[in-house]
Design a protein around this ligand. Structure first.
Ligand SMILES: [Zn+2]
Ligand SMILES: [Zn+2]
Ligand SMILES: [Zn+2]
Length: 491
C-alpha cells in the first residue's frame, strides 16, 4: 500500500476521545476514504475447517495443509499466497501438538509480522501496534482471567528458539485484539468468519450517527495477489458529503438501541462513555419506544409497559426457538406477539421491529413468501424512519425485503425495493463488492420481469409458476445466522 491511500485523512487529537482521524479534503458519499489490508488475521476456531485461511471465503471443499493438518485452503494458489504468513505458525502448531485458540493464533501472527516488518508495516500505517489501546486496566475480573489464560497458552505455543517477549507485551497484544479486533465476514458479508487487526481503522472513533462505514472487500478472485493480506482489505467509505476538517466516524454498535442501551454497550465493550450528538439529545429514542397513536389517542402507560415487558420475554423465547431451528414455534410465538403489540406499540418501536424482522426472515425460509413480504415491508418502513438513509443495515434489510417480494410474485414492489437497496449498497459496499454485484443482477432480472408483467400479466404469472415448479427457490439462507451488527468483535 502506498502513502497515497491515506492522503484523504489526517491524524489529530480530539477533545476527550484521544486520537482520531479527520478529512483532509472534502469527501463525497460513497467515496473510499482509505483502504487498508489486514496487519494480521485469523479464521475463528469454530469455522477453522469451513473457511479458507488465506482468502476467508466459505467453501464446500477445502484442502488441508499437509504439515500442520490445521490450516485449510481453497487451492494451491490460496495456500501459496498465505505461506509467508503461515510458515512459522505451521511449525509452531506441529510442535505444540494442536492449534491454540483464535486470540493466541492472532497474537502470534501479529508478533511474527512485527518481527518481519516492524510495528509499522508500511508508510501508510498511521500508528504502531504499541500505540493502540489495550484497556487491560479497565477489564473486569472475569475478562482479566481469560486474558491471563490466553497469555499462558501463548507462552506455551510460542517457539522457544525465537525472540522472547515479556508478559506485558503479550497482554498488550491480546488486549488490543479484544477491543480492536475487527470482525471479518465471508465473501457475501453475511457471516462473521474471523478476526483481524487493521491499525488505521483503529484510529477512527465511534459516533452513533457516523459519517462513514467500514466494509470488508474480498476483492476480485481472479486477481491473484502475491501476498494474501491484500485480499483481506477493509474500505472506509463516506456515507455522505463530508467537509474538509470534519472528524471521520464509524458506528461501533448498531444504532437500533435506545441511547442509554448504546452507551451501556459501548462502555462495556469499548470502555468509553458515548457523548455523541444523538446520545446527548436522545435523538430518536422517542420513536424507538413509541406507543401507538390512533386519532390522538394513546394507550395508557401501564398497558405500554405491560406489552413492552411481554415482548421482551417473548423475544427471548423466539430467539431460543430460532437457534434450536424450531421455526414453526418461532412463527407461532411471533404471530401471537404481533397481535398483542399492534394496538399498543408504534410502528418504529424496537421490539415490534425485532419481531417483524425475525418473523419475515423465518417465513421466507419456510417459503411463505406472501406473508413474509408484508412483515418485511413494515420492517423496512420502520427502519427508514430510524436509520441514516445510507446505513448498511438498512440496505441489507431492504434487499432482503425486496427479494421476499420478488419471490412472492409482487414484482413491482420487489423491483423498487431492490433498486433502493442497490442505491444504498453502492455507497456502503461499493460497486465491486460481491453482494452489490448480486444485487445488480437481481435488479436487471426484476426489471426484465417487470417489463414482462406490464406487457402481459397473465403470461408473466404463468411463466413464473412454471419456473417455480422447475426450480424451487433456494435464495433464502437458513435464518440461524445473526447479522453482523457490532463493528469490532464481541467477546
Ligand atoms: Zn481461498
Ligand atoms: Zn500448516
Ligand atoms: Zn452515541
Amino acid at each position: 500500500m502506498t502513502l497515497q491511500n491515506m492522503e484523504s485523512v489526517e491524524v489529530f487529537t480530539t477533545e476527550g476521545k484521544g486520537r482520531g482521524l479527520k478529512a483532509a479534503k472534502e469527501l463525497l458519499a460513497g467515496e473510499v476514504v482509505f483502504a487498508e489490508p489486514s496487519f494480521a488475521a485469523v479464521v475463528f476456531d469454530s469455522l477453522s475447517q469451513q473457511v479458507c485461511h488465506s482468502c476467508f471465503r466459505q467453501q464446500q471443499k477445502l484442502h488441508r495443509c499437509g504439515q500442520c493438518r490445521f490450516a485449510q485452503y481453497c487451492d494451491r494458489t490460496c495456500q501459496r499466497a498465505c505461506w509467508e504468513e503461515h510458515k512459522q505458525e505451521c511449525a509452531a502448531i506441529r510442535t505444540y501438538g494442536k492449534a491454540p485458540n483464535e486470540n493466541v493464533r492472532l497474537a502470534a501472527r501479529i508478533l511474527w509480522r512485527m518481527q518481519k516488518d516492524g510495528g509499522v508495516a508500511s508508510d501508510a500505517q498511521l500508528t504502531t501496534l504499541e500505540e493502540l489501546e489495550d484497556h487491560v486496566a479497565d477489564m473486569p475480573e472475569e475478562d482479566l482471567k481469560e486474558l491471563k489464560i490466553d497469555v499462558h497458552n501463548f507462552l506455551d505455543y510460542w517457539p522457544r528458539g525465537g525472540r522472547q517477549y515479556p508478559v506485558d507485551s503479550i497482554s498488550h497484544i491480546i488486549g488490543v485484539i479484544n477491543c480492536n479486533g475487527f470482525t471479518l465476514s465471508d465473501q457475501r458479508g453475511l457471516q462473521a468468519v474471523g478476526v483481524g487487526i487493521f491499525p488505521n481503522l483503529c484510529l477512527v472513533n465511534h459516533d452513533c450517527w457516523p459519517n462513514c462505514t467500514v466494509i470488508l472487500n474480498h476483492g476480485n478472485q481472479t486477481a491473484v495477489n502475491t501476498f494474501c493480506h491484500s485480499q483481506r482489505r477493509i474500505e472506509l467509505r463516506a456515507l455522505e458529503k463530508i467537509p474538509e476538517g470534519q472528524e471521520l466516524t464509524v458506528g461501533y454498535v448498531d444504532f437500533l438501541n435506545v441511547s442509554t442501551d448504546r452507551q451501556k454497550l459501548l462502555k462495556h465493550q469499548y470502555f468509553f462513555d458515548c457523548a455523541c450528538d444523538h446520545c446527548t439529545h436522545r435523538t430518536k429514542d422517542d420513536l424507538m419506544t413509541a406507543a401507538k397513536e390512533v386519532d390522538g389517542q394513546k394507550p395508557s402507560e401501564e398497558v405500554v409497559k405491560e406489552v413492552t415487558e411481554y415482548s421482551l420475554k417473548t423475544l427471548e423465547q423466539i430467539e431460543k426457538s430460532r437457534t434450536e431451528g424450531n421455526y414453526h414455534e418461532v412463527v407461532k410465538l411471533s404471530r401471537e406477539c404481533l397481535e398483542k403489540q399492534e394496538p399498543v406499540l408504534g410502528d418504529t418501536h424496537l421490539h415490534h421491529l425485532r419481531v417483524l424482522s425475525v418473523l419475515s426472515e423465518v417465513l421466507s425460509y419456510l417459503q411463505y413468501f406472501e406473508e413474509a413480504a408484508g412483515y418485511a415491508r413494515r420492517m423496512v418502513e420502520g427502519y427508514m424512519k430510524l436509520y441514516h438513509p445510507n446505513n448498511a443495515q438498512l440496505g441489507m434489510a431492504t434487499m432482503r425485503a425486496g427479494v421476499t417480494h420478488w419471490h412472492a410474485g409482487l414484482i413491482e414492489v420487489g423491483h423498487s425495493m431492490i433498486c433502493k437497496a442497490y442505491a444504498i449498497l453502492l455507497v456502503t459496499h461499493g460497486p465491486s463488492h460481491a453482494i452489490t454485484k448480486d444485487l445488480e443482477a437481481m435488479r436487471m432480472q426484476t426489471e426484465m420481469e417487470l417489463r414482462m408483467f406490464r406487457q402481459n400479466e397473465y403470461v408473466y404469472h404463468t411463466m413464473r409458476e412454471a419456473a417455480l415448479k422447475n426450480q424451487p427457490m433456494s435464495m433464502m439462507a437458513e435464518p440461524v445466522v445473526e447479522g453482523i451488527k457490532s463493528l469490532f468483535r464481541k467477546k
